[in-house]
Design a protein around this ligand. Structure first.
Ligand code: NAG
Ligand code: NAG
Ligand code: NAG
Length: 456
């Protein structure tokens, strides 16, 4: 049996003393800051000298001890750096190890996928199947289904997915008592539906942000099908929400995304939009904290489009939608918009968005690269565009100066013509971009741009 060198034993004792000191460094550091720093250095030096002078036959063991000491030295150095520059405060409550372990900088925090459900048991299955089919990782995109309405068949469908998702149930199923609007009997059911949706959103968002503590939520309604690159899109754009304070949402939806109005060759193209599109969208906890205290009783989506909530901020939307809605039965069924929704094209050729340079979507870059270029394009009258005159011009502007004029142009090109909160669908600083009969057309507002208020 081999006898272990007494110097080696000494080496281990010293190393372990340092490790124990490290474990209690917060206490020691607070109590005796300069003493601790001095002792630390003295100990490491002593140990190194002892081991350097050691003349032992067992070189393998010595090398191990020496390597261990070197590791402790590096650890101590890192801790000293961190304490000296006073920038490790966010790590104070964590175990000591986290102060010295290098975390990969690129790990994304997880995003809760919040699915809003009510009583459409056949729809929810299609939505959940599509999410689960394309989700790259359960860790990064946990699915939480929030169910209102207490509808048992829907609850049964959701439960059948077992632990692949979290099922939460809105506890407040009480009827909505209409006071002011009582006389409007014809639309009472629909109106109550809008109140219930708003109440459900407030509760569900509160659960994921406040109770579960997520920092990002991706909101999906129970009648959406998602594209294969839906998650790639949101993963790549998530950081933009933190980086650019003028962006408040990422949406998967293009309101003018019918096949005739998009460029199928440009499915990686993204835009800023002042119009909140909804229909598969991401928000941050910071935004939730801002909106929560004033969350409305009804029409939450149009409320978000009002200037008081939007505060000049934009969303990102794709050229080709990454969601489609297959619902035809809901509180807004029968409206014109519902009819239009069914023609929206869902992207089928997946894009790997993590390879794209998203910094070009930040306000200053985007305005320089996109807006300035568009405003320098040749102008055509809308009738020339509709009648395909000047076909050599592959990209043009069609100017408008009033709401009425925008509406007339949009109707001639068969795109969405309504304004919400003063903003036409998909508009960015008044510019609405689309494909029309194979040519790129931008509806552009009066220049210089002074805001939506200036459009009469
Ligand atoms: C802490 O400060 C030091 C020195 O100023 C610097 O080298 C290091 O990168 C900083 N670390 C962090 C996490 O900011
Ligand atoms: C997307 O691109 C990134 C970076 O090049 C790569 O790491 C990743 O595997 C790609 N994802 C897919 C699904 O191809
Ligand atoms: C991304 O685009 C920005 C702005 O156009 C540019 O400054 C930057 O160098 C680009 N980054 C890469 C990695 O191409």
């Amino acid at each position: 049996m081999r006898i272990v060198s007494p110097y080696t034993v000494l080496g281990f004792v010293v190393v372990w003393t340092i490790v124990i000191l490290l474990a209690s460094r917060q206490f020691l550091f607070n109590a005796h800051q300069s003493w601790f720093q001095h002792e630390e250095q003295k100990m490491v030096q002593e140990l190194s000298v002892k081991l350097d002078n050691l003349d032992s036959r067992d070189t393998r063991q010595l090398n191990e001890v020496y390597a261990a000491v070197k590791r402790v030295e590096v650890m101590l150095h890192k801790i000293q750096e961190c304490l000296r520059s006073d920038n490790c405060s966010e790590k104070k409550n964590r175990p000591t190890r986290s102060a010295v372990t290098t975390q990969p900088a690129t790990i994304e925090p997880s995003v809760a996928v919040l699915v809003i459900a009510c009583n459409r048991d056949t729809y929810i299955r299609r939505t959940l199947d599509s999410l689960l089919k394309h989700r790259p990782s359960a860790g990064l995109f946990p699915i939480i289904v929030s169910q209102d309405c207490g509808h048992t068949p829907t609850a049964n469908v959701i439960s059948s997915y077992g632990n692949r998702l979290t099922h939460i149930k809105q506890p407040d199923l009480s009827d909505i008592v209409l006071t002011k609007e009582k006389k409007d009997i014809k639309n009472m059911k629909a109106l109550k539906g809008y109140y219930k949706i708003s109440r459900h959103y407030r509760w569900a968002l509160g659960q994921v942000f406040d109770e579960m503590g997520y920092n990002y939520v991706l909101v999906v309604e129970d009648d959406l099908e998602v594209a294969p690159d839906f998650f790639s899109y949101f993963s790549a754009l998530q950081r933009l929400l933190d980086r650019d304070p003028t962006i408040w949402c990422i949406s998967a939806w293009n309101d003018n995304g019918k096949p005739d109005n998009v460029d199928l060759q440009s499915n990686a193209k993204l835009y800023r939009s002042d119009f909140f599109p909804g229909l598969g969208w991401m928000m941050t906890r910071r935004l939730w904290k801002e909106l929560q205290p004033k969350w409305p009783e009804k029409y939450w989506d149009d409320w978000m489009r009002e200037p008081a909530q939007r505060q000049g901020r934009s969303c990102i939307r794709p050229e080709i939608s990454r969601t489609i809605t297959f619902g035809d039965k809901g509180v807004s069924a029968g409206q014109f918009y519902r009819q239009h929704l069914q023609y929206i094209k869902l992207n089928s050729d997946p894009v790997n968005f993590s390879k794209l340079n998203m910094s070009q979507l930040q306000e200053a870059e985007y305005d320089r690269l996109f807006l300035d270029r568009v405003l320098a394009l040749p102008s055509l009258a809308v009738t020339d565009v509709v009648n395909q005159r000047r076909p050599e011009l592959r990209e043009v502007q069609v100017t408008y100066s009033t709401h009425k004029e925008f509406e007339a142009n949009a109707k001639k090109m068969k795109i969405m013509f309504d304004f919400r909160g003063g903003v036409p669908r998909t508009a960015y600083k008044g510019v609405v971009s689309l494909m029309y009969k194979g040519r790129r057309v931008h509806l552009t507002p009066p220049q210089p741009w002074t805001g939506y208020d200036s459009i009469s």
